[in-house]
Design a protein around this ligand. Structure first.
Ligand SMILES: C[S@@+](CC[C@H](N)C(=O)[O-])C[C@H]1O[C@@H](n2cnc3c(N)ncnc32)[C@H](O)[C@@H]1O
Length: 217
């Protein structure tokens, strides 16, 4: 993605919204609900690479009983998502400024109910498929912390990445459903929340691909 301009006063602004992130998020492993003052039986939804948080904040607002945790490694980008959450006064969303490559350090077995991956880097031009967040090794790692039968919802503009991901889901024993190569003109659009990147692609006339993959039960 395009290089982000560094946000002014980033550390001070992060500090002002400290209730939305943790100094040591790996300490929450196995206790996210408690650490976030959410009911012990609430669902935990996880977004990987949330960008500026349009999708995350809209999901959290629509689902106040769900604990929403979003990963994003780019400091100025996650700040935008955090400030958006604060402006909206959301109480059920929290952010982790870490690399998804470290994901197992943050969640215990069966801790996560649902996963969202929206417009992750396709690594097509560099031809590095193993870096894609839907590569089988990543899926195996997500399995260490999702509940049996949990769903992973995936959206992308990139057909090569999409077809690759459908194969990876199947190879990983996941059941694939709700597949569309044109989400905005499909039956699945009525409940769809557009991300920032999704809106840009749609404005450029690019069809959005979307699928849901269910982890083994
Ligand atoms: C193409 S953007 C999409 C952002 C948002 N999901 C959307 O659809 O508008 C991908 C985002 O994922 C983040 N990202 C990519 N790889 C990551 C990683 N390994 N760990 C954490 N964040 C990552 C990037 O910083 C970027 O903000």
């Amino acid at each position: 993605m395009a290089r982000m301009r560094t946000k002014r006063h980033l550390p001070e602004r992060m500090e002002r919204a400290h209730e939305y992130w943790f100094d040591n998020p790996s300490d929450n492993k196995g206790n996210w609900r408690g650490a976030c003052s959410m009911p012990s039986d609430c669902e935990l939804w996880l977004e990987l690479g949330c960008g500026k948080g349009k999708f995350a904040t809209e999901q959290a607002a629509l689902n106040p009983d769900v604990l929403y945790v979003a990963f994003e490694r780019e400091p100025s980008v996650i700040l935008a998502a955090i400030e958006k959450s604060k402006e909206l006064g959301l109480k059920n969303i929290f952010f982790v400024k870490q690399d998804i490559g470290l994901i197992e350090e943050f969640f215990e077995k069966d801790e996560v109910d649902r996963v969202f991956i929206n417009f992750c880097d396709p690594w097509t031009r560099q031809n590095k498929p193993k870096r894609r967040l839907t590569y089988r090794d990543f899926l195996t790692r997500y399995k260490t912390f999702v509940k049996p039968g949990a769903k992973l919802a995936f959206k992308t503009d990139n057909t090569e990445l999409f077809d690759f991901s459908l194969e990876e889901f199947k190879i990983s024993g996941m059941e694939v459903s709700d597949v569309t190569y044109d989400l905005h003109n499909s039956e699945f659009d009525k409940d769809n929340i557009r991300t920032e990147f999704e809106q840009k692609f749609a404005d450029d006339g690019i069809a959005i691909k979307r699928a849901v993959a269910r982890f083994p039960g």
